[in-house]
Design a protein around this ligand. Structure first.
Ligand code: GTP
Ligand code: MG
Length: 195
């Protein structure tokens, strides 16, 4: 995918603030700190378009990015971060659920799992949710540079097993941008296909 332009559009804390449903969208979901924002930067070949942080809970709003004036990338707040107060967590959850269930232009949800850890119940629940709403998804295992070579395939198989999915996730490292093209290949048809 050739990226001519990539710009931050807006942050939404309520559904009313979402941009009009005019362009196809790809959203990025997953636990806090798994590397959602980093993966977006990696796919767009931009180092700092999306703010990332080693402290979990960095992305607290739904952030929309406009790419090539053609589609949106949507960075969702992460779940499963214990230090967030319950009231805040519930607010995010409601916002994310409203987004995932209602958004007409949402074409695919990239679910990111840290390759070092087993998926959690919340990861599986999100997948159940996406299936229920008939949302296509792509599962990416992030941070494979953190594993020894021999361990990577084992962990990808483990993730497949824990999530009960048909094929292992695509492994990715934002350090090496290794599987970037493969991820794009899977996402491009969703952006190009019209309603
Ligand atoms: P929240 O916004 O808090 O939900 O987190 P996030 O999922 O957006 O994670 P973010 O992209 O901010 O990355 C979290 C940390 O993981 C940062 O310190 C990143 O540099 C690091 N990170 C992300 N992807 C990779 C990767 O592929 N390899 C390595 N080594 N580090 C990564
Ligand atoms: Mg983030």
């Amino acid at each position: 995918m050739r990226i001519h332009s990539a710009e931050f559009l807006l942050s939404a804390s309520t559904t009313r603030q979402f941009p009009a449903e005019t362009l196809p969208e790809i959203a990025f979901a997953g636990r806090s700190n798994v590397g959602k924002s980093t993966l977006i930067n990696s796919l767009l070949n931009r180092k700092k378009l999306v703010k990332t942080s080693s402290t979990p809970g960095k992305t607290q709003l739904i952030n929309f990015f406009k790419i090539n004036d053609q589609f949106y990338f949507v960075d969702l707040p992460g779940y499963g971060y214990a230090k967030v107060p319950e009231s805040v967590r519930r607010k995010w959850q409601n916002l994310v659920e409203a987004y995932l269930s209602e958004r007409k232009t949402l074409r695919n949800v990239v679910l990111i799992i840290d390759c070092r850890h087993n998926p959690t119940l919340q990861d599986r629940q999100l997948l159940d949710w996406l299936e229920y709403y008939q949302r296509p998804s792509l599962i990416v295992a992030s941070k494979i540079d953190k594993l020894k070579r021999g361990q990577i395939q084992k962990n990808l198989q483990k993730i497949k097993h824990y999530l009960s999915i048909e094929s292992p996730p695509l492994g990715h490292s934002s350090m090496q941008h290794g599987r970037r093209e493969e991820i794009w290949k899977k996402l491009a048809p969703w952006i190009e296909a019209s309603e």
